[in-house]
Design a protein around this ligand. Structure first.
Ligand SMILES: [Zn+2]
Length: 289
């Protein structure tokens, strides 16, 4: 449906799977959260800077990261290892959010961060604490031979997006091909995506019709032909023409900032060039170099 070539991100399903696997891996009682700062008082944990794939563009007015291209993070300590082993966090699907919250020097609501920027922070934490080489297993899509591939997390760059399409309000403006409506949209935050997932689940539970794309459009559309009326946006999102809807989704994917988390591997058995998204598995936060 969408063209992901060269633009792969860490898909939410994989993150969710990772959390579940973490959960299964962990046994015993969940670790209680350590008291704030008590263990590190008097000692400064070293910090690093993470380049944000969004470059701070696409954050709204008033957001502390608006137009900020990098953020300061602390190196992981045993406190963060406890977070990664916390069963309750894994169950609630907030493991990475808790980790990000713990290492960010800025006080910022994690839910308000763009998903692609979160990916950059997670990858940086992995690199600084467990080494820059990440090895994963995969299968050749041509001959199905198993292979192992190692990527260097220090060499990852951000997916490029067209800055000239970003408005002064850090939104994007496009004209739909069929209805010719002028749509202003923003990139969904983690909170928005949670809202979409909840909405989809609630409607399913009640046996109601639901479209994830419509729900996403509902949260990302800021205005239609200059009007920000929420009733208008809501009814428009649920009745969008197929071509317009697909076009908007494509434009959204094009403008979504992220880390370029793709790899290329030439199969040693058949020579096929495998290209794909790097899987984030259970061993993402393990030493393997
Ligand atoms: Zn092969």
């Amino acid at each position: 449906m969408r063209n992901n070539e060269g633009r792969t991100q860490i898909p939410p399903e994989l993150l969710e799977q990772f959390m579940k696997q973490q959960e299964e891996k962990v046994t015993g009682a969940p670790a209680p959260a350590p008291p704030m700062a008590a263990t590190t008082m008097g000692y400064q944990v070293p910090t690093d800077y993470v380049n944000l794939p969004s470059e701070g563009r696409l954050y709204p007015d008033g957001h502390p990261w608006k137009n900020k291209d990098k953020v300061e993070v602390r190196y992981m300590t045993t406190k963060e290892e406890d977070i990664l082993a916390n069963q309750n966090y894994a169950k609630a699907g907030v493991l990475f959010d808790k980790l990000i919250d713990s290492i960010l020097v800025d006080r910022v609501a994690v839910d308000s961060i763009l998903p692609g920027d979160k990916n950059a922070i997670i990858i940086n934490a992995r690199k600084n604490s467990y080494g820059e080489n990440y090895t994963f297993a995969s299968i050749c899509e041509n001959c199905f031979a198993d292979f192992e591939h190692t990527i260097n997390l220090s060499n990852l760059s951000s997916v490029e997006f067209d800055m000239s399409k970003v408005s002064q309000n850090n939104t994007c403006i496009v004209e739909l091909p069929v209805s010719k409506k002028i749509i202003e949209f923003r990139i969904a935050t983690s909170q928005d995506l949670k809202k979409v997932a909840q909405q989809v689940e609630t409607r399913k539970k009640h046996g109601l019709e639901v479209s994830e794309t419509s729900e996403l459009h509902r949260v990302m559309i800021v205005s239609i032909d200059g009007s920000d009326n929420s009733n208008l946006i809501s009814s428009f999102a649920s009745q969008m023409l197929v071509r317009d809807s697909r076009f908007l989704r494509k434009q959204y994917e094009k403008m979504k900032p992220d880390v370029d988390f793709t790899f290329v591997h030439n199969c040693t058995e058949c020579g096929h060039k495998n290209k794909g998204g790097v899987p984030v598995g259970t061993n993402f936060f393990w030493f393997n170099d």
